[in-house]
Design a protein around this ligand. Structure first.
Ligand SMILES: O=c1[nH]c(=O)c2[nH]c(=O)[nH]c2[nH]1
Length: 307
């Protein structure tokens, strides 16, 4: 044979598994990106195409989701150990398993005073904001007389593990979506807000404080809205900003609906009681709208990517 096979490995990469653990009203989230890579006696599949030694990559994917239910996700390391041990000890041709995991960290959203008076809690127990990745934006325009300041945020990722439903929508012959009465609602917030300050240097807003407050209001509105659609949540987020921040007249949001699909674990004899989800990255719903102070003009461009 003029050629020989060198190092090889295979498996399913980037399994996006989200595990919600429900401790009464307090939910915990683990969000992992798990890549499985197996190697061993795999010469024949390369040389002759015999799959006799091949555990399908599809099976390695299913194992990731099933193990999230069976073992839970204590830590990325512990989860990786369960998986690697399983592949090497259960399949004779598999001699080595490499499990790579990225973990995305979340923190709880603090509630507004109104909500904590109502619930007695200072955090919403099912609302999370992804740690450390948001980008703050600003656009300043001056024509020699008047200023226009539009501030914004992008890549601010949030998730509610309950208090979200979606039902009662149009059904035509192409509709397959099942009505949801308790779903995950997650989005990467892209938003812009326009200040009504135009010229009086004495009355310039405190930009730092304003950003912190807008961020707080939009997060709290996301966390505290019992959502019947992402459209409704979006409107609440904008309205909360306009109602609390007199320096802002207009808010525009572009919100991808980051779908989380319940994984069917029945084929493995496991019940998925709203615990293990596949976090799909595309396609996604895209919900966009402007919220205006009554009587004010819409000036933020409809397409936020142009700003
Ligand atoms: O909040 C939602 N709004 C929609 O318009 C929509 N469409 C869809 O398929 N799922 C959802 N969810």
């Amino acid at each position: 044979m003029p050629t020989i096979l060198g190092q090889n490995q295979y498996g399913k990469a980037e399994n996006r598994v989200v595990k919600i653990t429900r401790d009464g009203a307090t939910h915990h989230i683990k969000d992992l990106n798990v890549s499985v890579s197996l190697s061993g006696d795999m010469d024949e599949v390369h040389y002759s195409g015999s799959n006799a030694n091949v555990l399908p990559t599809d099976t390695t994917k299913n194992t990731v989701f099933a193990f999230a239910k069976e073992y839970g996700i204590e830590s990325a390391e512990q989860f990786g150990i369960h998986l690697a041990r399983h592949f090497v000890t259960s399949q004779e041709p598999v001699h080595r398993a490499r499990i790579r995991i990225e973990e995305y960290a979340w923190e709880r959203i603090e509630t507004s005073d109104a909500n904590s008076k109502f619930t007695g809690a200072d955090e919403v127990k099912h609302s999370f904001v992804r740690k450390g990745q948001e980008i703050r934006t600003a656009q300043v325009t001056f024509d020699g007389e008047k200023w226009e300041v539009i501030s914004g945020v992008k890549d601010l990722t949030v998730l509610n593990s309950t208090n979200s439903e979606f039902w009662g929508y149009i059904k035509d012959k192409y509709t397959t979506l099942k009505e949801a009465y308790d779903r995950i609602l997650a989005t990467d917030v892209s938003g812009k807000w326009r200040f009504n300050w135009t010229d009086d240097e004495q009355k310039m807003p405190n930009w730092e404080k304003s950003y912190e407050q807008v961020r707080k209001h939009l997060l709290q509105a996301f966390a505290e809205t019992y959502s019947l659609s992402l459209q409704q949540t979006l409107y609440q987020m904008g309205a909360r900003i306009i109602n609390n921040r007199s320096e802002i007249d207009e808010v525009r949001f572009s919100l991808p609906n980051k779908h989380h699909f319940l994984v069917d674990l029945e084929p493995f004899g496991l019940k998925n009681d709203n615990e293990v989800y596949f976090a799909a990255d595309r396609p996604y719903g895209l919900i966009e709208a402007t919220i205006l102070r009554d009587g004010c003009e819409a000036r933020i461009p409809v397409d936020l990517t142009n700003l």
